[in-house]
Ligand binder design. Structure first.
Ligand SMILES: [Zn+2]
Length: 307
């Protein structure tokens, strides 16, 4: 049998997969989605619009991003109005038919998740309320696998020649995630009923999952900056002195958190709100582990101090 014939037969039997296109271009609105795409397509060329040092609600549709969107085979974003302030402009200016709304080249993670705290109507005077619910779903241990499954399928659909490799990588990723989830669950036992002050709702899915109370917020409404009057109201709130820490993301202004920390003598924890550069935080699982470990260490120190 000639080599060509053998190759065609094995190909038909699915025994050989063709090499994936090396020039597949991905536009990721946030670093978490860039890291998830990289899990399934390590060789893809990825442009990430925001970093862990930026607030993903507000960025500028700058020319380099428009150019990246123009050549994208897929745009992977959060959706649920998180990027409402800049993504529509970017899509319109790039005028790339592959990634227009309704096309398979535009993937919104939030469409594959159950969002918490949906609001029936939006009122800009209320700040950045997301009408569909809290879009910061990338730190949800339970929902990430569903999002990842949908993303892997979509990538496979757009690149059929790589679909079996993508599926294999997804299965491996899923196994790793389940292992991590067991570990997070175990560590969450020490966090049950604990409470932290947050600035915005960006860590809420994870904190709720861990059983950590997040009723105290530095922002008067999601997206409105902390004001002096809100902070003084917060300081008088019953139960505030019982919190373990004030938790903010690297991109958030630390001043309000530092002010409150001084008043109530509690630590300020600053952690990346999304995947970052260090070895521990460059994947979503690593980031969640870092967050869980940071909280567990704070709680342990706090309990130690009380003894
Ligand atoms: Zn938000």
């Amino acid at each position: 049998m000639s080599y060509t014939r053998w190759f065609v037969i094995t190909l038909l039997l699915g025994l050989v997969s063709l090499p994936a296109r090396a020039d597949f271009q991905v536009f990721a609105c946030e670093p978490e989605w860039a890291s998830l795409v990289r899990e399934f397509l390590p060789d893809a060329r990825i442009t990430t619009a925001t970093s862990y040092l930026q607030d993903p609600h507000y960025i500028e549709a700058r020319p380099s991003l428009i150019a990246a969107m123009r050549r994208a085979d897929i745009a992977v974003c959060t959706g649920a109005s998180l990027e409402a302030g800049w993504l529509p402009t970017l899509l319109q200016r790039a005028s790339n038919p592959a990634v227009q709304p309704g096309r398979s080249g535009l993937f919104f993670a939030a469409e594959h998740a159950q969002l918490h705290a949906p609001h029936d109507h939006v009122d800009r005077s209320m700040g950045d309320v997301h009408p569909e619910g809290n879009p910061h779903v990338h730190l949800s241990p339970d929902q990430l696998p569903t999002i990842a499954d949908a993303l892997a399928r979509r990538l496979g659909q757009l690149m059929p020649e790589a679909s079996s490799d993508i599926l294999a990588r997804y299965i491996r990723w899923r196994g790793g995630w389940s292992q991590h989830r067991i570990e997070w669950r175990r560590k969450a036992e020490a966090l049950q009923g604990r409470s932290v002050v947050i600035q915005h709702t960006n860590f809420s899915y994870l904190l709720n999952w861990l059983g950590v109370d997040t009723r105290f917020e530095l922002e008067p409404k999601p997206g409105l900056p902390p004001s002096a009057s809100h902070l003084s109201q917060l300081l008088a709130a019953p139960g505030l002195k019982g919190v373990d820490a004030i938790l903010i993301a690297s991109h958030q202004d630390p001043q309000p958190a530092n002010w409150l920390a001084k008043q109530i003598q509690k630590p300020v924890l600053v952690v990346p709100g999304t995947v970052a550069d260090s070895d521990q935080t460059k994947t979503l699982a690593g980031l969640i582990s870092t967050l869980v470990n940071t909280l567990a260490a704070t709680v342990q120190e706090d309990s130690g101090g009380r003894l």
